[in-house]
Design a protein around this ligand. Structure first.
Ligand SMILES: CCCCCCCCCCCCC/C=C/[C@@H](O)[C@H](COP(=O)(O)O)NC(=O)CCCCCCCCCCCCCCC
Ligand SMILES: Nc1ncnc2c1ncn2[C@@H]1O[C@H](COP(=O)(O)OP(=O)(O)O)[C@@H](O)[C@H]1O
Ligand SMILES: [Ca+2]
Length: 563
């Protein structure tokens, strides 16, 4: 094992135990000094039995002097010789993994013999922390006070703000007063030069506001016309952090592995960075919206439309509307065309799950790559009327485009368990007209380990672009492109009827939880357009880091000791 260079080492006290403490560029480690060798000076490498503990420097939040606490500890330990010998203390706050992707902040206090040693430790750790340049120092926070169970403000103030303060991060907080407040503020007013990131406290709908504000601002600053479906969009510079306080929170769940405000805050503090694909949704030459999670027509569109009328119910509205929509059992007729992503490493039905450091996402072809040019060529060729695009006419219960897994507490593996966060593709899931029982079987598989694509009426394709054209396209006036959705009218020629009273020729698109006013859309995946303060879901073993024991190996020359 490669030996790490020790920057500082001391014999200190932790609780009532004497410990050896050492700092390298990457690890802060400590281990109990064995009784037999307590009188010796410096470190010994002969101890194979003492248990080493350690924390990666990149997962230390902060270090500070422990004055108040220390005094009370001293009085508690009156008479204890060690505490009289070690009257100064410093506390290190660090990330501790508590299972199921949950992170917590833990503190450890080390007691030192002199003020000088204590200061030296604080300075040395702070120096290493200052080298971590990806950490945000200043954040712009938007809170939706009405998202989810209306707990956004309390969650931020009680769970997140204290951690930001501990990590010396300054935050300007805006509690939104109306829908699209955050989007418009970001788009036109906010002085973004002041910040290292934007934090969204709310659900997927609130995230969508931040996304639209930031992407629109970035394109405006670079003179890019978002309405052009072929425009090359400029990636957003600022990262976005999500503090989950909504109803589904699938963007947070699928990028961190849990929807937990404290874990999210810690990922922001350590300065994680996760690139994310964004789907642009156009109707002819007008940009309708962007989407990062689910674009769903039919079932999920109908669930959303119905649930909006039940907002007062909070997150439970989706379950109620889900059952109602399921019983309605509507289907819709139309044409789906898509450009398959043939040049990617993965497939929607493989077992290559997108995890922290995902190789499929790293492999994504860049615009300079031959691979990418080839697929662009193929597309042009197709527009002339030949191969490349695939076309499906039919009757569909649901058409879902999952740009990421869409894992959430309701469906822990998500709509498309092997979809990738940043590979430049989306998984297009087509559920054809089938019986209620079959559709129920398909839905049920979103909640267990069975393959939801293993049905004859379901097909799934990994795509770069797709289009949908409903069978009977109503005429849409330009006013209909405004943000307030209008209910589509019944076409007199409407034939896509169901056996139930609740039926319409067209459904709506559910775009990250917002209703789209158009049924006919053209969608294109914009590879890695944004970045989140996240790292993707960690494999359980990824929490293990380099063994701090290497720090205890003997130094060739005397280490810089602060004993
Ligand atoms: C039989 C049980 C079936 C359970 C099926 C669960 C599937 C859940 C898939 C969830 C995909 C979520 C994709 C994310 C969407 C969000 O962007 C978006 C906005 O989130 P926000 O409110 O935080 O802003 N959320 C949504 O659109 C919510 C979708 C939730 C759909 C719930 C559907 C429940 C279906 C229940 C059917 C039950 C049939 C029972 C028959 C007796
Ligand atoms: N102050 C506000 N008043 C009303 N609506 C708001 C406000 N701030 C944000 N919104 C809107 O609330 C909607 C739902 O927000 P979200 O945080 O996603 O909660 P949920 O997950 O419960 O849907 C979004 O469409 C967002 O634009
Ligand atoms: Ca993707």
């Amino acid at each position: 094992m490669e030996k790490q260079q020790r920057l500082l080492s001391s014999k200190l006290f932790q609780k009532s135990r004497q410990v050896e403490v050492a700092l390298s560029r990457s690890v802060l480690a400590w281990r109990e000094v064995e009784k037999s060798r307590k009188r010796g000076s410096g470190f010994s490498n002969s101890s194979e039995t003492a248990r080493s503990h350690g924390v990666q420097v990149c997962e230390i939040l902060s270090v500070h002097k422990t004055e108040e606490d220390h005094r009370s500890t001293r009085s508690k330990n009156r008479g204890n010789q060690h505490f009289l010998q070690y009257p100064h203390a410093f506390t290190v706050s660090y990330v501790r993994r508590t299972g199921q992707h949950q992170w917590r902040c833990s503190d450890i206090t080390f007691h030192c013999a002199s003020q000088g040693v204590c200061d030296q430790w604080i300075e040395a750790i702070n120096e290493q922390l200052s080298l971590l340049t990806n950490r945000p120092k200043s954040l712009l926070v938007y809170i939706n006070p009405y998202g989810g169970k209306r707990r956004g403000k309390r969650i931020y103030e009680q769970k997140v703000a204290p951690l930001f303060r501990r990590a010396c991060i300054s935050a300007d907080v805006i509690v939104t007063e109306y829908a699209n407040h955050a989007r418009d503020h970001l788009k036109t007013e906010a002085n973004l030069d002041k910040y290292d990131g934007v934090v969204c406290v709310g659900g997927d709908g609130m995230f969508s506001e931040i996304l639209h504000g930031l992407v629109a601002r970035t394109q405006a600053d670079h003179g890019v016309d978002q309405n052009q479906p072929d425009a090359e969009l400029v990636p957003c510079f600022l990262r976005i952090g999500i503090i989950p306080a909504g109803s589904t929170d699938c963007i947070c769940f699928a990028t961190i592995g849990t929807s937990d405000p404290v874990s999210s805050a810690l990922h922001i503090i350590v300065g994680d960075s996760q690139p994310m694909d964004v789907c642009s949704v156009h109707h002819d030459d007008i940009l309708l919206r962007y989407s990062v999670s689910l674009l769903g027509y039919g079932f999920y569109g109908d669930v959303l439309t119905d649930s909006e009328r039940k907002r007062w119910l909070g997150p439970a509205r989706y379950d109620l509307s889900g059952v109602k929509t399921f019983l309605s059992h509507n289907y819709y007729e139309g044409t789906v065309s898509f450009l398959p992503a043939e040049d990617t490493m993965g497939h929607p039905r493989d077992k290559l799950r997108c995890r922290s450091g995902c190789r499929v996402c790293q492999h994504k072809p860049s615009s300079e790559d031959g691979e990418w040019e080839m697929s662009e060529e193929k597309e042009k060729f197709t527009k002339d009327g030949s191969s490349g695009w695939s076309v499906i006419h039919g009757k569909f219960i649901a058409i879902n485009a999952a740009n990421m897994s869409c894992a959430c507490p309701r469906s822990p593996k998500g709509l498309s368990p092997s979809a990738h966060l940043a590979d430049g593709t989306a998984d297009l899931i087509i559920v054809r007209k089938c019986s209620r029982l079959d559709f129920f079987r398909h839905l049920l598989r979103h909640t267990n380990k069975d393959d939801q694509f293993d049905h004859p009426f379901v097909e799934v394709h990994r795509v770069r672009k797709f289009r949908f054209q409903p069978r009977h396209q109503e005429l849409v006036s330009l006013e209909d492109l405004s943000e307030t959705p209008k209910k589509t009218g019944f076409s007199p020629m409407c034939t896509a009827r169901t056996t139930c009273s609740y039926s319409a020729s067209h459904s709506s698109w559910n775009c990250d939880g917002e209703i789209l006013p158009h049924a006919a859309i053209q969608v294109s995946v914009q590879c890695q357009l944004i970045r989140l303060f996240a790292r993707g879901i960690e494999e359980q073993q990824q929490c293990v880091f380099e063994d701090p024991c290497t720090l205890w190996a003997p130094e060739p020359s005397k280490p810089h000791s602060a004993d």
